[in-house]
Design a protein around this ligand. Sequence first.
Ligand code: CP
Length: 314
Amino acid sequence: MNENHEASLQVDQNGKLKHLITLEGLSRPVIESLLERAERYGQEPLSIRFDPSQSVALLFCEASTRTRMSFSLAAWRLGYPVVNLEPDRSSLAKSETLEDTVSTLEAMGVRYLVLRHSQPGIFKTLIDSPGRTIHCISAGEAHRSHPTQGLLDLLTIRQHFPDLARLSVAIVGDLAHSRVARSTFTALRTFGVSDIRLSAPPELAPHPGDFQGAPNHTLDEALLDVQVVIALRVQTERLTDTPTINPSHYYSQYGLTSERLRRCHPDVRIMHPGPIHPGMELAPELINSRRSLIREQVRNGLPIRMAVYEMLTS
Ligand code: CP
């Protein structure tokens, strides 16, 4: 399944964004507009008017705290009613197809579907359906894409390093399975970040064609004088095709430690999409250190998701 195909399906015939499935193919002005909206939401007090016509259904077929809560809170802040569909207690558990489930929500007038799913390509069948009125938003699709995480990472980085063309970023860890890495990489490339260094253990290295063919560096090469380090979560739930990863061995080889940070730029900032395995991907003392942008990433998730809702219907 080709992500470029979904990229073309997420815009309507007038070029307007109708769904948000992937950051692939999104132009810099479109992303810029999302970031500007998010910046405004991050600063302005809101006067909420309840708007029952803008209802949101959340359907998370994989676990989540940050994404699910912030999509929910973002909707509440905009005055949109939110309903949660629990996969195990819905008719999906009685073999209803996802397409029928979405059509059912649509018939009730639901305006947005926020979906997290483990199946690559799941969104194509949903958005490539004639007469689709619901706006589909990916909250994470398999290992492929997590567009709102890519946007909030880009926003967080740009707030600290406005001159993105001169920025160097290392993305370290489970590149094979990380949808966050793919979306954040795409967002950074779209905004002209050329020095993005990838570093993964051999058993968690991406396929050669992924990440636009960017090479895999050793950890030492990746960290040298870099200004931002994004440590990735080891996707333990997706390791079916990989030998078991020993946490202490991983930490000794690829963990971000205070010692390793000394090889980076003196003003280096640390990021992690969460949830974290402390003492595996990252030293526990770094999580809330002055170098860490992890809480800012979480905070920025809310205005980014408000901006996405608003942009899809404006
Ligand atoms: N970053 C992220 O997607 O976290 P959750 O799985 O908690 O939503």
